[in-house]
Design a protein around this ligand. Structure first.
Ligand SMILES: Cc1ncc(COP(=O)(O)O)c(C=O)c1O
Length: 348
């Protein structure tokens, strides 16, 4: 078909992780939270439905921005809300990147960055992570022409974190914005939020999909300099967050007890999963996210993925062109992880 822009025809498109609907699979493949969301979220959605949905929602989700601003210690004018953080990544890319422009990201990392750049018809510079999951000088070399640089921190699939000082150095070296994708920051020991006020080129995106168990709701946000937020506001859909997601997200960030309890549970299970995998001979990266990246020296990752799936456990098999492959296992409940470990013990 000749209807499409040539870059759309040429690109593959983003392939999301498998999302089997219903069924009995133990789903550990797309880094969802294994716990159901806070009961306060369910109550807030109920109230929003009762109030009626006939009116358009608040275009800027002010209720959420006010509460998030208090919690994070930032002015609400520094926050832009989105239909998941993928929407935030889309808005930022559409606003900053033109046809033929150059963007940079590291590999292996979140594969959506390439897709978003390709939609714009931009050129991608890919820099490999070092063996210890740091980024060398290469990441900021020859950067004068870059319009946008993406950095997942914690990174996926590794779960590793670049310390804020290192991210600040990267941002200083870049001529234009750095989008620090902090989808998993709530599970990490450090984050880059403070850098936003120190350097206008630093933008931080967050999501409620993971640490607040709202992947099905779709809500994310960006923290950036208000001048940038104003410009991004021109690009977003007028009502990119619906009334239910605004109510749900606002109630979610308000329930600190739910957050602390489920976070602690996930971190404890993550430690146990990592230790057990290592006992079975897996090479595991120390994760600061809600998943663990691993490989076994004598069992092919793809085969393990398939055998686990045949036994009712879905993990993510990832293969990165020119880099290698591995298994990314989402931290589930203790019962889910015990079931996974029991099957693995039989396979190894
Ligand atoms: C690194 C990273 N960023 C962003 C997202 C998108 O999250 P959401 O659109 O659900 O907010 C994901 C989801 O898996 C992710 O892994």
């Amino acid at each position: 078909m000749s209807y499409f822009r040539s870059n759309i025809t040429a690109m593959t498109g983003y392939v999301p992780g498998e999302q089997p609907q219903g069924g009995k699979l133990i789903k550990l493949n797309t880094n969802e939270n294994p716990y159901t969301c806070s009961p306060k979220v369910r109550a807030a959605i109920g109230h929003a439905v009762q109030a009626g949905l006939q009116k358009y929602p608040d275009p800027t989700a002010a209720a959420f921005r006010l509460r998030a601003g208090e919690l994070l210690g930032v002015d609400p004018d520094w926050i832009l809300c989105g239909n998941g953080s993928d929407d935030i990544l889309t808005i930022v890319t559409r606003a900053l990147v033109d046809t033929g422009d150059h963007v940079r990201f590291a590999q292996p990392s979140y594969t959506l960055y390439r897709t978003l750049a390709e939609i714009q018809g931009a050129k991608c510079h890919v820099v490999d992570y070092e063996a210890d999951w740091s980024l060398g000088q290469e990441f900021t070399k020859h950067c004068n022409h870059l319009r946008l640089t993406y950095l997942a921190n914690p990174n996926s699939p590794s779960g590793t974190v670049l310390p804020p000082g290192e991210v600040a150095r990267i941002a200083d070296a870049l001529p234009r914005p750095l989008l620090v994708d902090e989808a998993y920051a709530d599970f990490a020991e450090a984050n880059c939020l403070e850098l936003v006020a120190q350097n206008e080129k630093v933008m931080v995106s967050r999501t409620l999909s993971k640490s607040y168990a709202l992947a099905g709701m779709r809500f994310g946000f960006l923290v950036a300099h208000p001048q940038l937020i104003r410009e991004f506001g021109k690009v977003k859909d007028s009502y990119n967050c619906d009334a239910l997601s605004i109510a749900a997200a606002t109630a979610a960030i308000d329930d600190r007890a739910w957050f602390d309890q489920t976070r602690s549970a996930i971190l404890a299970t993550r430690g146990r999963l990592t230790a057990r995998l290592r006992e079975m001979g897996f090479e595991c990266v120390d994760s600061q996210a809600n998943f663990v990246w691993c490989n076994h020296p004598s069992h092919a990752a793809e085969q393990l993925y398939q055998r686990l799936k045949d036994s009712g456990v879905l993990v993510r098999y990832m293969r990165y062109e020119g880099w290698g492959d591995g298994l990314r296992i989402t931290v589930g409940t203790d019962e889910q992880i015990d079931a996974l470990l029991a099957i693995l013990a039989g396979l190894i």
